[in-house]
Design a protein around this ligand. Structure first.
Ligand code: S3P
Length: 450
């Protein structure tokens, strides 16, 4: 969805205890991949628990434009009739990926080794984000990219008619780049090799293996080496998408900082490449437990129980943990305001090229709320004010970034004075039921004056 609509401001005020069960929606990363790999296999892939957020709906629409049949059967239930590896048709119009970096980068990879041309665009946030990190390796396969200055959208990709396989060391920790290269490698003959120095979320590798691709992963001195044999026939799958840990982070963190709270968030995906926030919160002294650990759809899953935690302490978050919690630093910086002492977050340069510059957006809003925050190019430090200590009382800019909007609304639930966000509409990209779900736990939100 491009942000065509008017912004809708929203205010959160200090709530009573939060309690109850929070059934958060399906994992966004896995949902994108399920639609794309479904489209690249021959036959019918059935998906349950798909996130019906705008980002994923945009990817579904894009898969239709490339020739797959994508049908909605019921809530979270979708069927994809794929066209097979190398079977993408040329889209008849521009592909609008809305707000989604994952959508556009993975789809560019998936089409770059077919002899077709596609033009991509997105909303103002996505049009400001760098695509060179994906088009550089795609050029090695033989694809060409024509975009705006700085490798920005709108951009046209001319797919390689005779793709060659690639060996590529990903220069930044990015699952999107890794995944784009692997998806491009699907239609190149021979072996495509991707090396990542720091392990990032591995949903693409897991799902490719599930669809029957020949892929193996080795941990070496160079890093994680992933080798994929090109031109497989992918077998359609039945995929149960686990609930999203990045969405679970909001009710969990709101419960930790709101007096008297006790919240259960069932069935959360705890893939180790995604669960860094929960390890960090526990190290800070959060009362956060994993109940009923199990495996669902090839991913580890547990029920999370979060209770008000008045004795949290600031810590130094290990920088090597950053890829496993990269989307969770905004909400962690809110929790850090309610701990004692300094929470130091280093090695987080990638936050500057997300849906917004998340270091700048969080620092600006939290400082307006009375927090003590310092930042550098690749770090952010928050000096906590203890339980209930954040003054609040500010209006925060969300910069078309869903996670910034949800983080400030959680801050307002526990701060001394209400916190307003200038636009809550981006929340629909990843967590369309955020407002009723949080209100069901006891949050007090109100649509504010524009
Ligand atoms: C994602 C990877 C991460 C993350 C994004 C989802 C994915 O981005 O921030 O929300 O699904 O592959 P990068 O690859 O830019 O780190």
């Amino acid at each position: 969805m491009s942000a065509h609509g008017d912004p809708i401001p929203m205010t959160a005020r200090r709530a009573g205890p939060l309690s109850g069960t929070a059934e958060v929606p399906g994992d966004k990363s896995i949902s994108h991949r399920a639609l794309i790999l479904g489209a690249l296999s021959v036959g019918e892939t059935r998906i349950t628990g798909l996130l019906e957020g705008q980002d994923v709906l945009d990817t579904g629409r894009a898969m239709r434009a490339f020739g797959a049949e994508v049908s909605h059967l019921g809530p979270g239930e979708w069927v994809v009739h794929g066209v097979g590896v190398g079977g993408f048709a040329e889209p008849g119009d521009v592909i609008d990926c809305g707000n989604s970096g994952t959508g556009v980068r993975l789809i560019m990879g998936a089409m770059a080794t077919s002899p077709i041309t596609a033009t991509f665009t997105g909303d103002a946030s996505l049009r400001g984000r760098p695509m060179g990190r994906v088009t550089d390796p795609l050029a090695l396969f033989g694809a060409a990219a024509y975009g705006r200055a700085g490798g920005r959208l709108p951009m046209t990709i001319v797919g390689a008619a005779d793709p060659v396989p690639v060996r590529y060391a990903v220069p930044v920790p990015s699952a999107q780049v890794k995944s784009a290269v692997l998806l491009a490698g699907l239609n190149a003959p021979g072996e495509t090799v991707v090396i990542e120095r720091e392990a990032t979320r591995d949903h693409t590798e897991r799902m490719l293996a599930g669809f029957g691709a020949a892929l193996w992963v080795e941990d070496t001195d160079e890093g994680r080496v992933i080798t994929l044999t090109g031109q497989p026939e992918l077998r359609p799958q039945t995929i149960a998408v686990p609930r999203d840990p990045s969405s679970a982070a909001f009710p969990v963190c709101a419960a930790l900082i709101t007096e008297g709270s006790d919240v259960l968030v069932p069935g959360i995906g705890l893939n180790p490449t995604r669960a860094g926030l929960f390890d960090t919160l526990r190290e800070m002294g959060a009362d956060l437990t994993y109940e009923n650990p199990r495996e669902e759809g090839g991913e580890p899953v547990a029920d999370l129980r979060a209770r008000f935690s008045p004795a949290m302490k600031g810590i130094e978050v290990p920088p090597e943990r950053a890829p496993s919690m990269i989307d969770e630093y905004p909400i962690l910086s809110v929790v850090a305001c309610f701990a004692e002492g300094v929470t130091m977050m280093r090695g987080v340069r990638e936050l500057r090229v997300k849906e917004s510059d998340r270091i700048a957006a969080m620092a600006e809003g939290l400082i307006a709320c009375g927090a003590r925050v310092e930042t550098g190019e690749d770090w952010m430090a928050v000096t906590g004010m203890g339980p209930g200590g954040l003054p609040g009382g500010a209006r925060c800019a969300t910069h078309l970034d869903h996670r910034i909007a949800m983080s400030f609304l959680c801050a307002g639930m526990a701060a001394q004075n209400p916190v307003t966000v200038d636009d809550c509409t981006p929340i629909a990209t990843s967590f369309p039921v955020f407002e009723p779900l949080m209100e069901g736990l006891g949050a007090v939100f109100a649509r504010a004056e524009a």
